[in-house]
Design a protein around this ligand. Structure first.
Ligand code: XMP
Length: 507
């Protein structure tokens, strides 16, 4: 495996993903890791990521310098490159101007790391400081106008450094650079494939659970679905899935889940229609946090009751992903909303966790889902909040109002699918029902009805999001269909706020 040392900021995750795209397993570790700890892990290579600080300021993160002499190949990127220079006797200085964005790179020495990279190409830069003098024994490989040492290396010590960001798509030959480093310099086997991930998971799940029975709370979302399919591949009939229909699901969701898991995969699936309970507890409730609490608790109670009937189950499947694992170790961000995950069951439930996706990024989970034969409707499903459509209804949640937002949401989904937009760029697109009414005219009749708020955002991780510039024709089709087909709606408006300052959902 390859270790990516994280200096803060978000660079490390993208680097780790790129390494995996070259079929080499990578793991992110804090930059404070010691030389002994690294020796115990025995990685094939170490990558030092970018970071937000200047190496010359007090308190800038450092690494255990003994790491340089372990004989393990090292690649420093951006901050990592400056750190290598700083630690090994070069000079890093502040320049008159930094470089941000696309910059022309001139390759001076094409050996090894920059093999097959043309003499001139475009790379992505983001730096103010630059290495101005190489450490002893290092050779210059490439430069840019404001980074005289944009790439340098000591091939004997197997230490390589890049001021630019090969992990960013805008670096034209970034892919080649990773390929050279991982396969030509390090000689890592391309063994991290969908097939190997599935095989490894199956073995691990089997040895963890033995003959015991396992429960999975299935939500119909990508993560719990892939986790369930994977665990089922490993232990078959020992897996029991529970799907709670809260009455707050999207159109067709409950059916897809049943058809996929019960009929296609022949998994033991208990599907519970608990909508009466949810609706009666939500009666008269308008406060967003109160709604979330009620739904979260009802969900847990329903699930607990179902779990009791599955006698002898000792394990619970959770669809935890790698970014959650990394973040829970490092983040203490303020709670903006109390998120309810179907996986987020209380700790006092007496189960040991099975988390087969703990090491995977979302795109890997999707690839595994496709490999396991899950339908596209599940694998490419947009993220959906645990409390469901309830947080897309401003004001009271009633069966009638859920019907309205569900019908509108279905139209949004159908039209967006038909418009064939890039499914990776569009993070979410959905309808929200407001609790105000406005006057309209339909035929000769005056109407006084609810507006639907259309929300569509682009994002890569939901932490920040930009409102999507959907084509006007698409907006027009969505608007006219919703007003024509959904009873109780006479107006469609488009939310053009980014996150921050807004959030993606309305509640
Ligand atoms: P916000 O609205 O906070 O949402 O910008 C960020 C992302 O999280 C989803 N979301 C939830 N997911 N349980 C979940 O599992 C929740 O309670 C919840 N609330 C919001 C939201 O759809 C978006 O993708």
């Amino acid at each position: 495996k390859v270790l990516v040392l994280d200096f803060g900021a978000q660079y490390a995750q993208l680097i780790a993903r790129r390494v995996r795209e070259h079929h080499v397993f990578s793991e992110i570790v804090p930059s404070s890791i010691t030389s002994e700890q690294i020796e115990a892990i025995a990685p094939r290579a170490i990558i030092l990521s970018g970071g937000p600080k200047s190496v010359n300021v007090e308190g800038a993160p450092r690494i255990d310098e003994r790491i340089y002499s372990l004989g393990i190949p090292i690649l420093g990127i951006c901050y990592g490159a400056q750190l290598i220079s700083h630690d090994l006797g070069g000079v890093v200085s502040k320049r008159a101007s930094g470089e941000y964005g696309k910059v022309n790179l001139e390759v001076i020495n094409r050996q090894l790391l920059l093999e097959d990279v043309p003499e001139k190409s475009v790379v992505w830069m983001s730096h103010f400081d630059a290495v101005t003098e190489l450490p002893p024994n290092f050779q210059l490989l490439a430069s840019t106008p404001e980074a005289p040492c944009a790439a340098f290396a000591d091939p004997t010590a197997k230490i390589y450094a890049l001021q630019f960001h090969p992990e960013v798509e805008h670096s034209e030959y970034g892919y080649r650079v990773f390929d050279n480093f991982l396969h030509k310099i390090v000689g890592a086997e391309p063994s991290w494939t969908n097939y190997s991930i599935i095989e490894d998971s199956i073995n691990r799940i089997r040895s963890q659970v033995g003959n015991s029975h396992v429960i999975c709370a299935l939500s119909g979302g990508v993560d719990s679905s892939v986790a369930a399919a994977l665990v089922h591949r490993a232990i078959g009939d020992q897996l029991h899935c529970v799907y709670v229909d809260t009455g707050l699901m999207r159109h067709g969701e409950s059916k897809t889940v049943e058809a996929t898991f019960r009929e296609q995969f022949e998994i033991d699936l208990l599907s519970i229609d608990a909508s009466d309970k949810f609706f009666s507890h939500l009666e008269g409730v308008t406060d967003p946090e109160a709604k979330r609490k009620i739904i979260g608790e009802d969900f847990i109670r329903t699930f607990e009751a179902a779990a009791k009937d599955i006698s002898g189950a000792k394990f619970l499947v959770q669809g935890t992903l790698y970014p959650d694992v990394i973040e829970s170790g490092t983040k203490s961000a303020a709670r903006i909303k109390s998120h309810h995950n179907v996986g987020g069951l209380p700790e006092d439930m007496d189960f040991e966790l099975v988390e087969p996706l703990r090491e995977l990024f979302k795109d890997e989970v999707r690839a595994i889902g496709e490999e396991l034969g899950l339908p596209e409707a599940i694998v490419w499903r947009q993220p959906f909040p645990g409390p469901g459509l309830a947080v897309r209804i401003v004001g009271e949640v009633t069966r009638e109002r859920v019907e309205i937002v569900r019908a509108a949401d279905r139209i949004v989904g159908e039209e967006v699918l038909r418009a064939d937009l890039d499914k990776k760029a569009l993070w979410q697109s959905f309808a929200v029902l407001a609790d105000i009414r406005s006057v309209g005219v339909m035929g000769d009749e005056r109407s006084y009805a609810y507006p639907i708020i259309l929300r569509a955002v682009e994002s890569s991780d939901a932490m920040t999001a930009d409102w999507a510039r959907l084509p006007y024709e698409l907006l027009e089709r969505i608007s006219s269909r919703i007003v024509a087909e959904v009873q109780g709606v006479n107006r469609v408006v488009y939310d053009i706020t980014s996150k921050p300052p807004a959030t993606i959902e309305w509640e």
